[in-house]
Design a protein around this ligand. Structure first.
Ligand SMILES: Cc1cc2nc3c(=O)[nH]c(=O)nc-3n(C[C@H](O)[C@H](O)[C@H](O)COP(=O)(O)OP(=O)(O)OC[C@H]3O[C@@H](n4cnc5c(N)ncnc54)[C@H](O)[C@@H]3O)c2cc1C
Length: 708
């Protein structure tokens, strides 16, 4: 059993820590940056537990920002069981800046025509009840983002991330190679496989992590001392448990068996006959959702709901799974190869808090939230957690911001997770509306199951209960027979018409959620909230964006992601056009101030560069010129901003809509926009409203960095 100890006694992680209160605010972590440390100080500033996509993205970003870290992973090798496959727009935008990861994904993923649809059918070769194409021309034209969504298996993404990490000096250490070493020297930039986090102990300088190490089959204990621990150890997070953080929400919405299998025959058939990403198959013999991870290589995952204790996971042998696959396919592919069968449970939960042990333990990814996979928000939200966390950790560990900046990670990301949980549950219900329309209400199946558990559970033998359950389910599935489900049968034709209208009206499960994917907006955190008269209710903006529309509406409100627009550097260079998002560096911690070439805005720009220097921050100014501005005009920036040279002049590339940058942002040219290293807007202001630029900018940076 994992345990948490503090100085030899059981440690309640969520109670206030004495040692923090004794220190001056922004000193404690700074001495740890870059490792080393004196006396009992940890050698490692950050230890990440869990080498899933979120832990690996975080280690990449921290390394880019000059923060030394290491990752421990309990498994001795990386899992090949694909889970996530849909990478949303915002995550792809983040991946664009991880040394071209997004480009690698685009080149390696299956062609979009093979995955743009969801197909609803009675079998993979039987009647198609309906299908929905989830890609629009705007996705290809890259109107709202410089990059499109992607379909790429999680384990392949992990492989690419490992390659990128290798490229920046990371090394993956497999078991059997640690010898007798029990110390944590020279750990930075390593991914230590076969290291399971078992206990945490609070020390004066950080966290002592007890791991159980699989050293060539022999288990040994190894203690690692770090300044800060990030738990990216997945849905059943040990770190979360050790830190005494509980989950809030609903558990066990559904239990499923996930069958990973290969069949090139089936891949070829579907590629030519009815390509798609998800296949919802309903017939009297079997029901399941098939995820086509890669049709070209015939790689699939089948999701089958199951109902314990009457149906046990152990009953799903490779043979049984093959039989189910054949029932769903409608013919027998000769080459089905079941690779792996795993049970999993669907939850809708978010951690009560993201930070524990006095800012020394942080949760991210599935460790902090677990959603139904409908809509594909799990990994995407986790990657975006890492992106939000990395720059704050970077500033804190470099001594620029105090540990209290960590609280802004929680106040920004937790509401997003709560919102995405609700959205995922809503999506799950939308997915369930199709079987319900066909007379096969899954909520009814769950109720029947509960009734059997309650009424027969203790008195009737399990095999009899199983018979009752399966009997009732097969009566339910009989609704899907050709006899009922056809246009000539009045009930069948009514059900089919309803199904078509659900699909046509976009009320079934969707693939893309632009309003939520790109439009989420932080309300409270490392930003200067706008004074709009009344204080918005917590979560109100997020809720509003969900209800209002599925469409992404560019916004320059503080907390929003900087809108994308194509721009060109001035004077004209060979760089060509690029996105406004590219104004923010992916390689260093830099703030960007976007201004129009106006006297008052130049004044704020000078103040920003000066105050950033005082705060030991990196900052850059972008002067946004209207398209076609003359070179002589553009020269003005140089004299206006002197002696500062860290600025760039750019011109707008007109959009199809004809809107200018300022029109798209729905603000006048008099505004200035301050963008954080994670491309979210920290502050905006009308430049002619400002009296004392220096002191206003000082106030702004103090607030963003939590120095007040
Ligand atoms: C069927 C299915 C489909 C999905 N589809 C999508 C999708 O399309 N898009 C999407 O965004 N999300 C999707 N998800 C969700 C996605 O898979 C998860 O959100 C994602 O894996 C979370 O990444 P993570 O790095 O936080 O955790 P994980 O990927 O779970 O990684 C955690 C790592 O920590 C390790 N670990 C655990 N405990 C310890 C310990 N004590 N010590 C050391 N190491 C430890 C684990 O071995 C593991 O490697 C899907 C999930 C499922 C089940």
């Amino acid at each position: 059993m994992p345990s948490i100890a503090g100085g030899g006694r059981l440690f309640a992680a969520h109670r206030g820590g004495i040692w923090w209160l004794r220190r001056r605010q922004h000193q404690p972590f700074s001495s740890l940056a870059g490792g080393g440390g004196r006396g009992g100080a940890p050698h490692l500033p950050v230890l990440i537990v869990g080498a899933g996509p979120v832990g690996l993205v975080l280690s990449f970003l921290l390394t880019k920002f000059g923060i030394k870290c290491a990752v421990i992973e309990k498994n001795v090798e990386f899992t090949r069981h694909p889970r996530a496959h849909f990478i949303n727009n915002r995550t792809m935008e983040i991946f664009r800046k991880l040394d071209g990861l997004a480009g690698d994904i685009e080149r390696s993923q299956p062609p979009v025509d093979l995955w743009r649809k969801f197909v609803y059918c009675t079998s993979l070769s039987g009647s198609v009840l309906g299908s929905v194409d989830h890609m629009k021309q705007e996705d290809f034209d890259k109107v709202i983002s410089p990059i499109s969504v992607a379909h790429f298996s999680q384990y392949k993404l992990v492989d690419l991330l490992l390659k990128k990490l290798e490229g920046i000096g990371f090394q993956t250490c497999f078991p059997g190679k640690i010898g007798n070493a029990t110390q944590d020297l020279g750990m930075e930039s390593k991914i230590l496989m076969g290291h399971e986090c078992m206990f945490l102990q609070q020390t004066d300088e950080g966290i002592l992590v007890g791991t159980s190490v699989n050293n060539g089959g022999r288990m040994v204990e190894r203690k690692l001392h770090c300044g800060l621990l990030v738990g990216t150890d997945g849905a059943r997070s040990t770190v979360r448990e050790l830190a005494g953080i509980s989950m809030e929400g609903e558990r066990d919405l559904q239990k499923l068996v996930s069958v990973h299998f290969l069949s090139r025959d089936l891949g070829r058939y579907l590629s030519t006959q009815r390509p798609g990403m998800l296949f919802f198959v309903f017939n009297p013999d079997a029901i399941g959702v098939l995820v086509a991870h890669d049709l070209e290589h015939g790689e699939f995952v089948l999701q089958i709901p199951f109902y314990p204790p009457q149906q046990m996971f152990e009953e799903f042998s490779a043979k049984v799974c093959e039989q189910i696959i054949v029932k769903l396919v409608g013919w027998e592919p000769a080459d089905i190869q079941v690779l792996d069968i795993k049970p999993w449970a669907m939850h809708a939960e978010v951690a009560e808090k993201y930070i524990g042990c006095n800012n020394r333990v942080v949760l991210a990814g599935d460790a902090a939230h677990r959603f139904p996979p409908a809509g594909g928000f799990g990994m995407n939200t986790g990657v975006q957690d890492a992106h939000n966390l990395a720059w704050k950790l970077g500033l804190m560990l470099n001594g620029v911001a105090p540990p209290s900046i960590m609280q802004t990670y929680e106040s920004e990301r937790r509401p997003v997770a709560i919102f995405n949980t609700e959205l995922s549950v809503e999506n799950f219900k939308a997915a369930m509306s199709i079987p319900a329309t066909l007379g096969l209400d899954p909520t009814l199946a769950n109720s029947v199951h509960q009734v059997i558990n309650k009424s027969l559970g203790s008195i009737v033998p399990r095999n009899v209960q199983k018979g009752v359950l399966e009997g009732l389910f097969s009566i339910g599935r009989a609704q899907l027979s050709d006899y009922i489900l056809n246009e000539k049968n009045p009930l069948g034709s009514l059900r089919l018409a309803r199904l078509r209208s659900i699909l046509d009206e976009g009320k079934s499960l969707q693939l893309q959620f632009p309003a939520e994917d790109l439009g989420f907006c932080y309300e409270e955190g490392a930003l200067v909230a706008e004074d709009c008269g009344e204080k918005p209710q917590k979560g109100a903006k997020l809720r509003h964006s969900k209800r209002a529309s599925r469409e992404y509406i560019p916004s320059s409100n503080t907390g929003a992601r900087l809108p994308h627009m194509l721009i060109r550097a001035l004077p004209a260079s060979s760089e060509g056009v690029f996105s406004t998002l590219d104004l923010v560096s992916g390689d260093k911690l830099e703030f960007v101030l976007i201004i129009a070439p106006l006297k008052e805005s130049y004044e704020i720009a000078r103040a920003t560069l000066k105050v950033a220097d005082e705060f030991k921050l990196s900052a850059k100014v972008c002067v946004m010129w209207p398209q076609g501005s003359a070179s002589a005009e553009v020269e003005e920036s140089k004299s206006e901003l002197a002696p500062w040279t860290n600025y760039v002049d750019v011109e707008e590339v007109p959009m199809v809509s004809g809107s200018s940058w300022w029109e798209m942002c729905r603000i006048s040219r008099k505004n200035v926009i301050l963008v954080r290293p994670d491309e979210h807007i920290a502050w905006r202001m009308e430049s002619d409203m400002m009296r004392d630029a220096d002191s206003e900018v000082r106030r702004v940076f103090s607030q963003i960095l939590c120095l007040n």
